[in-house]
Design a protein around this ligand. Structure first.
Ligand code: MG
Length: 266
């Protein structure tokens, strides 16, 4: 009888000991995970009082979301100039703008740093030329970093210069090109470089969707996207924190429409 009693006491001590330990571990975990530090203050996890993000109306095909800066809605070129700040020689069509050979790049009057950018483009329906000579243009972030525009529908070229390449730096994950003349889209998330003096202390990054397909997955650029030749060494050239978005004149009548930007924090 005494043995049975002792066993019961031992079991109770063990079980209650385990329970106490479990409870204190839980409390410890709870204490560690209870709060998060954020830009808007210190909040409990699942805290209903934490500020919710703003409500916006998302875009429809052909329409920008309500909080975007619309740079081109297909009606006029009032927000664009050539690279000298003079009126551009690019022409307007029915709801689109078109590059005119020899007119030079077109650039936004407003300047941007880190941003989300939506652009729609169409390479010429009538196919002329090949390789880099076919439907070539480009979307430049900060007038410096090119997401290549090219007719890469059955058109062989060097992969780091095909459509949706970060020119000369990163090959797209897939070729998501539509046929020549069809409207296509880029959705870009860009974080600008940060310079200290002549040195880059944070390199720019790109995430790009081409026709809704992920083609550049948070790629960090290792230098500029200018044409370099096989032996050239090119690094970053320091520049301002905000610069225009520009579109390339590479001699082909590429069309653009529905261009909008949402600025992002650094
Ligand atoms: Mg180009």
């Amino acid at each position: 009888m005494r043995i049975v009693l002792l066993s019961i006491i031992c079991l109770w001590v063990t079980v209650s000991g385990c329970a106490t330990q479990e409870a204190s571990e839980k409390a410890e975990k709870k204490e560690v995970r209870q709060y998060v530090e954020t830009d808007t203050g210190r909040w409990l996890i699942h805290d209903v009082n934490r500020p919710a993000p703003p409500v916006i109306t998302p875009g429809q095909p052909g329409k920008a979301p309500s909080d975007a800066i619309v740079l081109f809605d297909g009606t006029d070129l009032s927000q664009w100039t050539d690279t000298k700040g003079d009126p551009t020689k690019w022409i307007m069509g029915d709801g689109y703008m078109e590059c005119v050979k020899g007119s030079g790049y077109i650039q936004s009057k407003r300047k941007f740093g880190s941003c989300q950018l939506h652009v729609e483009f169409a390479t010429p329906a009538t196919v002329k030329g090949d390789g880099q000579g076919r439907g070539n243009s480009g979307v430049f972030l900060m007038a410096n970093y090119e997401v290549q525009v090219l007719d890469s529908y059955n058109n062989k070229t060097y992969p780091d210069g095909q459509c949706a390449a970060l020119y000369g730096r990163a090959v797209p994950l897939v070729n998501a090109c539509r046929r020549p003349g069809e409207w296509q889209s880029y959705d870009v998330v860009f974080h600008r470089p940060i310079f200290k003096g002549k040195k880059v202390v944070r390199k720019p990054t790109f995430t790009v969707f081409h026709n809704g397909v992920l083609v550049q997955d948070h790629v960090e650029l290792q230098g500029g996207t200018d044409w370099r030749g096989p032996h050239a060494i090119s690094d970053f050239k320091p520049h301002e924190d905000r610069l225009p978005i520009s579109l390339q004149d590479h001699g082909n009548p590429v069309r653009y429409r529905n261009i909008w930007v949402r600025e992002l924090a650094d």
